[in-house]
Write a protein that binds this ligand. Structure first.
Ligand code: NAD
Ligand code: UDP
Length: 343
């Protein structure tokens, strides 16, 4: 649904019936749940830059006011402390639904709360979309593929997920969120979009979230050993946050429901990642092996052909280019010795 406003008398009549002269795209009212988190706050920056009015709904479980405080005082920006497990009524055109802890350490902290957030929270936001006729975008995850038996992962792959494991609150939670999203779409005609996001890194990640990129970067900066879990041969594909935000916005504005894989196909073992971190921060950083966590996926790499073809999207920032941008943000937050807002 594209909103237009007439801002000139000249634009009112256009006998050709083509795009009316003098019509410009109206700025939208958008809610971003989880907008004080890592990805959400970068998305909010882009939406604010575009001229939209943005409401952030966040319970600050893993998000921080610091991530969005540069918008406080802007009349187009609102920050609401709210838990999506409770219903909320707002008037908006679009809903970007990101609220959910994303790091394994955080989502395993209170698994029942994680599943409530994914199921009840998503149902509440879909209910809101239905009531006000807004377009709804779900940020799902590559975790819906579980420990994949197909490589790279294509959207048509149904996954290999343990329904009763320690990661299930997150991956089964997101799978249910996808189901709910499709059922609201098919059954109730809600306009929806589904993104399956692969490992993303960048400025404003929680320093202590336990994810591999944040751990390695913080460890190298603090002159601590890089903790490689298991044999370090498991793989992940790391996407820089600005590429993800571009993909999310294209998905929301486009015509296709998805699901779409949004990730960088560059695949690294954890040992290779440790090497890139050593090259970027400290070539003397030591590696320390630790036991791996339960149900850890062995391989992960997105097939992004669908997003390339239908959204005209592909990542442009490589790991070697993106990592230094994150390092300067982490250095500033850990030591406070570098200027920068994390933007
Ligand atoms: P994040 O933890 O930084 O952000 C999540 C935000 O949601 C935080 O601000 C948190 O306070 C908020 N939140 C959590 N539970 C809430 C609740 N019940 N009510 C209201 N707010 C709540 O994580 P992120 O990396 O920015 O991830 C954002 C979204 O993208 C998540 O849905 C995540 O599952 C998805 N995702 C992220 C990645 C990644 O690598 N970053 C990968 C796959 C999917
Ligand atoms: N990992 C690691 N060292 C760490 C943290 C994580 O080797 O300090 C590994 C972890 O076992 C997994 C991979 O890095 O194989 C990615 O973990 P992360 O928690 O970042 O994200 P996931 O993709 O598992 O959600």
């Amino acid at each position: 649904r594209v909103a237009y406003e007439i801002h000139s008398e000249l634009g009112r009549v256009n006998a050709g019936g083509k795009i009316p002269l003098g019509l410009k795209k109206k700025s939208l009212r958008i809610v971003v749940t989880g907008g004080a988190g890592f990805v959400g706050s970068h998305l909010v920056d882009r939406l604010m830059e575009r001229g939209d009015s943005v409401i952030v709904v966040d319970n600050f479980f893993t998000g921080r006011k610091e991530n969005v405080m540069h918008h406080l005082g802007n009349p187009r920006f609102e920050l609401i402390r709210h838990d999506v497990v409770e219903p909320i009524l707002l008037e908006v055109d679009q809903i970007y639904h990101l609220a959910c802890p994303a790091s394994p350490v955080h989502y395993k902290f209170n698994p029942v709360k994680t599943i409530k957030t994914n199921v009840v929270g998503t149902m509440n936001m879909l209910g809101l979309a239905k009531r006000i006729g807004a377009r709804f975008l779900l940020t799902s995850t590559s975790e819906v593929y579980g420990d994949p038996l197909q490589h790279p992962q294509v959207e048509t792959y149904w996954g290999n997920v343990n329904p009763i494991g320690v990661r299930s609150c997150y991956d089964e939670g997101k799978r249910t969120a996808e189901t709910l999203t499709m059922d609201y779409h098919r059954g109730l005609g809600i306009e929806v979009r589904i993104a399956r996001i692969f490992n993303t890194y960048g400025p404003r990640m929680c320093i202590d979230d336990g994810r591999v990129v944040s751990n390695f970067v913080a460890q190298a900066l603090r002159k601590e050993p890089l903790t490689v879990y298991g044999d370090g041969k498991q793989t992940r594909s790391f996407q820089y946050v600005s590429d993800l935000v571009e993909g999310l916005m294209r998905l929301m504005e486009g015509e296709h429901v998805g699901p779409f894989n949004l990730g960088n196909p560059g695949e690294f073992t954890m040992l290779e990642l440790a090497q890139v971190v050593q090259e970027t921060i400290d070539s003397n950083a030591k590696i320390e092996f630790r036991p791996n966590t339960e149900d850890d996926p062995h391989k992960r790499k997105p097939d992004i052909s669908k997003a390339k073809e239908l959204l005209g999207w592909e990542p442009v920032v490589s790991l070697r280019d993106g990592l230094p941008r994150m390092v300067s943000d982490f250095r500033q937050r850990i030591f406070g010795d570098e200027k920068g807002s994390g933007a």
